[in-house]
Design a protein around this ligand. Structure first.
Ligand code: BTN
Length: 335
C-alpha cells in the first residue's frame, strides 16, 4: 500500500519548485522541521512510487523524472493543491472493495477528502446490490470519503454531481461526449464506460459521511473487459484508441467534483446551478425509458430532474417521481 503524507508532499513540492537544481537535505530538515532520516524515508517512499529522485552525497536531492506509474499517489496529490479532495490518497494493489476501506477510515474518524484507489477489486460493489467486476489491467477504481454539509434528503445530488464531474472531466480533457444516464451511468454507444455508487451514513437531519465510488474503464480494451466477464463494456481506450493517464483523469474528476460539492453546500443558488448543469448533460431527459423499481416496471418519457435529483417520468399521461431506480434507455444502441 502507498499512502501520501504531509512530509512526502512537502518534499515533492520543494523539489518541483526548482526542478533542475539540487536541494540540500539541510534545507529540507530546516523547512520541514524533521530529521535527516525522516527526509530520507520520505525520499525512498517517493521513489517506491516510481518518482525519479537523484541524491548526491553532500549536495542533496533533485527531481530527475516524473513517475513512470500513472497512479503515483504523491504525484497526484501534489497537483491537487487548493482542491478539497485527494488528501490523503491511499493506493492498493488489490482489495475486496475500495468502498470498504474508505468506510473503515470514516468509522475511524478520517476527514472528508480521503481517496482510496486500487488496481484491482476482488469483490467490487455496484448499484442495486450488483457486483462491479474490477479486473486488474488499467481501469480506475476509486472511493472518495465526503463529510458533506448537505441535508440527507438532498444526498442524491452528490450522486448526480459525481456523474457530472466524470462527464465534464472526459469532455474537457479529451473532447469525449458520452451519454450521462440518470442518475450517473456514463455510456458510450449504449455500452457502459463508468459506474458510480454513493453510500451514506446519516441521521434524520445530518449526514455523517458519504462514500462515492467511481469505477471507470480506462485502459482495458473491450475484448479484455469481456474476457474478464464484464457485460457490455466500453472504455476510454476504446473511444480514444490510445492509453490514458489515470492519475490525470482522477485529478480532473476530483477538481470538478470538489467544485460541485462546494456549490451544493451553498444551498439554494449553488444547488440549482449543479442541477441545471446536470440537466443540460443528462441524456435521459426526453428519452423513452424503462424504469425498474422494487414494485415493478414502468415505461414512459423522462421529463425532468427535480431540485433534489429525482427523475420525473411521464407514464401514460401521469407524472411519476423516482428517487432510486434502475433506468434503461429503450433505444440505447442508437445513442
Ligand atoms: C454501478 O453499479 O454502476 C456502480 C459501480 C461502482 C463501482 C465503484 S469501483 C470503486 C468503488 N468500489 C466499489 O466496490 N464500487 C465502487
Amino acid at each position: 500500500m502507498h499512502k501520501t503524507s504531509g512530509t512526502k508532499i512537502a518534499i515533492l513540492k520543494r523539489l518541483l519548485s526548482t526542478p533542475t537544481e539540487m536541494v540540500p537535505s539541510g534545507e529540507l530538515v530546516e523547512k520541514l522541521e524533521i530529521s535527516r532520516q525522516a527526509i530520507w524515508k520520505g525520499i525512498e517512499s517517493l521513489r517506491d512510487e516510481t518518482i525519479g529522485i537523484e541524491s548526491v552525497p553532500n549536495r542533496g536531492y533533485r527531481l530527475v523524472r516524473p513517475p513512470t506509474y500513472d497512479l503515483s499517489p504523491s504525484w497526484l496529490e501534489c497537483r491537487l493543491e487548493g482542491c478539497s479532495l485527494g488528501h490523503p490518497i491511499l493506493l492498493f494493489e488489490s482489495v475486496d472493495s475500495t468502498q470498504e476501506i474508505a468506510k473503515e477510515a470514516a468509522r475511524q474518524g478520517a476527514s472528508g477528502g480521503l481517496v482510496v484507489i486500487a488496481e484491482e477489486q476482488r469483490t467490487g460493489r455496484g448499484r442495486m446490490g450488483r457486483c462491479w467486476l474490477s479486473p486488474t489491467g488499467g481501469n480506475l477504481y476509486a472511493s472518495i470519503l465526503l463529510r458533506p454539509r448537505i441535508p440527507p434528503m438532498r444526498i442524491q445530488l452528490i450522486n448526480l454531481a459525481a456523474g457530472l464531474a466524470v462527464h465534464r472531466a472526459l469532455e474537457n480533457m479529451y473532447g469525449i461526449h458520452c451519454s450521462l444516464k440518470w442518475p450517473n451511468d456514463l455510456l458510450w454507444k449504449g455500452k457502459k464506460l463508468c459506474g458510480i455508487l454513493s453510500e451514506t451514513a446519516s441521521e434524520t437531519d445530518r449526514v455523517h459521511y458519504a462514500i462515492t465510488g467511481i469505477g471507470l474503464n480506462v485502459n482495458m480494451s473491450a475484448d479484455d473487459l469481456v474476457s474478464a466477464g464484464v457485460d457490455n463494456p466500453s472504455s476510454v481506450r476504446v473511444i480514444r484508441g490510445t492509453i490514458s493517464d489515470r492519475g490525470e483523469i482522477l485529478g480532473h474528476v476530483l477538481r470538478e467534483f470538489s467544485g460541485h460539492l462546494q456549490l451544493l453546500e451553498e444551498e439554494s443558488p449553488g444547488q440549482s446551478r449543479v442541477v441545471s448543469l446536470y440537466r443540460q448533460r443528462c441524456s435521459t431527459l426526453g428519452k423513452e425509458v424503462r424504469v425498474l423499481t422494487d414494485s415493478g416496471t414502468d415505461y414512459g418519457i423522462a421529463e425532468n430532474v427535480t431540485s433534489d435529483g429525482a427523475l420525473v417520468v411521464n407514464v401514460g399521461g401521469s407524472l411519476r417521481v423516482y428517487t432510486a431506480a434502475d433506468v434503461l434507455h429503450v433505444r440505447a444502441s442508437e445513442e
